[in-house]
Design a protein around this ligand. Sequence first.
Ligand code: KIV
Length: 275
Amino acid sequence: MARLTIPELKSRKGPGSLVMLTAYDYPTAKLAAEAGVDVLLVGDSLGMVVLGYESTVPVTLEEMLHHTKAARRGAPDVHLVADLPYLADATPERALAAAGRLVKEGGADSVKLEGAKLEVVRALVGAGVPVLGHVGLTPQTASSLGGYKVQGRNVAAAKQLLEDALALEEAGVWGVVLEMVPAQLADLISQELSVPTIGIGAGGGTDGQVLVFHDLIGVFDRFKPRFVKRYLEGGELIRQAIANYVGDVRGGRFPEEEHSYQMDAEELEGLYGRD
Ligand code: KIV
């Protein structure tokens, strides 16, 4: 499979057309690629699910680069999107510098940024950097939005979200992530846009879906939003596996013969026979 190009991504319209998953490291990216994911996202959610920060705000560009490089090594043939971390998109100049590093050093194919920062999107796209938009609940500014809450529930807020998504399309994004918006509004935005929408907590009518890997495998347990479907109770399985290891070591059941290396009898003789 070759990496999806921007025209190919733009043509993915209709529910079920695009599957995106976060990946922040080599083995996850490799497994996701083998499982047939279309697009991998090195989301700044890594700050919460991997680095243990309270929010995505503390994530640095260096941390994004570190994880983007690892994900790229695991999935050389999958379109890779990297998030611009908090304030790296505050001005077109800063965004160009940060995106340049994520693409040139990190190996990303696109960058994603939160909100309707149209001037920044135009600068990036104009410089040849493909951009994925992100509206609705934008975690970097969640506190200004009143916390992790569904967005666009009333007419005014819904109209604003539709306008923002249309403006992002006009500015040149190849797609728009819709996070935590009512399904009916996500359907309307998906119909109005000619580029794909990728939903997370936006119902089944968006063109694509995205989940955070650690939510999907059940290893992030600080909170579980309604939109998360766990395909594995990984936290429980991993904890049990580690507890088995602890028990085996303490009980003398690990390592066994099959996990050990042996010396030739002759060499052993020499070793014991030394003076
Ligand atoms: O950071 C992230 O993982 C994201 C997704 C939730 C869309 O932005």
